[in-house]
Design a protein around this ligand. Structure first.
Ligand SMILES: NC(=O)C1=CN([C@@H]2O[C@H](COP(=O)(O)OP(=O)(O)OC[C@H]3O[C@@H](n4cnc5c(N)ncnc54)[C@H](O)[C@@H]3O)[C@@H](O)[C@H]2O)C=CC1
Ligand SMILES: [Mg+2]
Ligand SMILES: [Mg+2]
Ligand SMILES: [Mg+2]
Ligand SMILES: [Zn+2]
Length: 425
């Protein structure tokens, strides 16, 4: 074995054994060991996660190791920690105290403070504060600029009150209070402003280099996880305003209340003014999205819509209908789209999907029949894929027979979770 190979082996052994002092010492001399894989394709972090060595994992993390690296089975160190039941390490690797996966659009950096929505005085003081952040939207698209860190990334333009003065007083602006920052002691408030005015005029001096994002998909997938979470909230509420301008009960004009979270009918005597009416509040459409597992436990079914990029297969999905449980919606949609009958259904995790305002409810379910007959109106093709084929797609192997949905979609997480559950460790 080369000297370098031996050094790496000593480093990986220290990780396996939880020897955090040796890890620290070795890193101070050769930092490049940090994310290196051994012969089995595992990094030091994965080994600490496998064996539940908290302190050793912390040393690697504080040294800046990359938590996104995957082994040959497409698992990150966090997946390994979850599989072996080391939840304290899984939590450390997620960087949060919650156990939910950190999926795109789901991160909440703001405390929504719904109790302040009807406090006009407090809102006015926040609006005037120099710390306050304003996000600009036009036709549901946020004002963004190219990201500082990576070229493909974009970031939201966070404007200050001086930059949006004329918009704040203009009658063609809609304002939504989003919340206050959780992490910052000063708790700066954030507002979304939607303007109907021509963006080219507005952009001239606001923020050089900024532009309104052209297409929500895939544009919004290029935001950082922090920005995406804020956009999920802002865009869904603004989309509701743009579609529910008039009272859904009687068609009269409405006025905006509760800092953008309510629209109240202006016609005295309208039925929507009595009791609680859900038409007055922002709407959310529940959608079930499911990975259908073969009765043999070794394959899963994925489908293709015509609009997907060539080669991409993803989980089946469909809107929950009125008067239906999630389990019934999963069984019905799978049956409609693929002809396959489903038995047990297990809920895993959800994702906000602001196009315009869906809540994706992610499930695994087990098929009791296997013959596929697709609904050609919705699905072009559906197939059973083996675990190896999913792993190849996950690590973008040359032999991969299909392309995974993007990592920002909950479909990606549902597939990854299945691989994690069946780890060949
Ligand atoms: N984040 C993710 O990984 C994914 C997100 N999605 C989202 O889930 C949504 C639903 O999935 P689909 O397979 O299209 O649903 P689907 O299988 O129920 O079929 C869509 C059709 O259902 C009808 N429909 C019933 N209720 C509706 C409602 N409340 N709003 C709009 N149309 C309704 C319409 O005719 C529509 O064309 C998609 O529009 C997409 O935005 C879909 C797949 C992956
Ligand atoms: Mg569908
Ligand atoms: Mg359907
Ligand atoms: Mg449907
Ligand atoms: Zn009305």
């Amino acid at each position: 074995m080369s000297v370098r190979g031996e050094l790496l082996q000593r480093f990986l052994d220290a990780a396996s054994g939880g020897d955090h002092e040796t890890l620290s010492l070795m890193l101070s001399q050769s930092r490049e060991l940090l994310d290196e894989r051994g012969e089995q394709g595992w990094t030091a972090l994965m080994l600490t996660a496998r064996n539940g060595h908290y302190e050793a994992a912390r040393v690697l993390l504080t040294s800046g190791c990359d938590t996104r690296v995957t082994n040959r089975s497409g698992q990150t160190a966090r997946d390994v920690a979850v599989f072996w039941g080391h939840t304290h390490i899984a939590r450390l690797l997620t960087g949060t105290d919650t156990q939910e996966p950190d999926i795109h659009f789901n991160r909440e950096i703001l405390d929504r403070m719904s109790d302040r929505r009807s406090d006009g005085e407090w809102l006015a003081s926040r609006r005037a504060s120099p710390e306050t952040v304003f996000l600009l939207f036009h036709a549901l698209s946020p004002l963004v600029r190219s990201g500082a860190e990576r070229e493909e990334q974009i970031e939201l333009c966070k404007l200050r009150s001086t930059a949006v003065q004329e918009l704040l007083t203009g009658s063609r602006t809609l304002e939504v209070f989003l919340g206050v920052e959780k992490q910052d002691d000063g708790q700066p408030a954030w507002f979304a402003l939607s303007t109907e005015d021509d963006p080219s005029q507005l952009l001239q001096d606001k923020d050089p280099g900024s532009f309104f994002l052209q297409e929500a998909m895939p544009g919004l997938l290029r935001l950082s996880d922090d920005d995406a979470g804020v956009v999920a909230q802002a865009r869904s509420v603004l989309a509701w305003h743009s579609r529910y301008r008039f009272c859904p009960t009687c068609g009269s004009d409405t006025k905006v209340e509760e800092a953008g979270y309510k629209r109240t009918c202006l016609r005295a005597g309208c039925r929507s003014l009595q009791g609680v009416h859900n038409t007055c509040y922002p709407r959310v459409d529940p959608v079930v999205i499911m990975l259908v597992l073969h009765p043999d436990g070794k394959q899963c079914m994925l489908g293709r819509k015509k609009i997907f990029p060539p080669g991409m297969f993803s989980c089946l999905a469909g809107f929950v209908e009125p008067g239906e449980t999630l389990e019934a919606a999963v069984r019905r949609e799978v049956q409609e789209e693929s002809g396959v009958q489903v038995g047990s259904v297990q809920y895993l995790s959800s994702q906000a999907w602001p196009m315009p305002s869906c809540l994706m409810i992610g499930c695994h379910c087990v098929a009791v029949t296997t013959d596929i007959k697709v609904d050609q109106n919705e699905i072009e093709e559906a197939r059973w894929f083996t675990r190896q084929q999913v792993m190849d797609a996950l690590v973008k192997d040359k032999q991969a027979v299909f392309i995974m949905p993007p990592r920002q979609a909950i479909a990606h997480y549902l597939l990854k979770h299945w691989i994690g559950c069946n780890a060949n460790l």
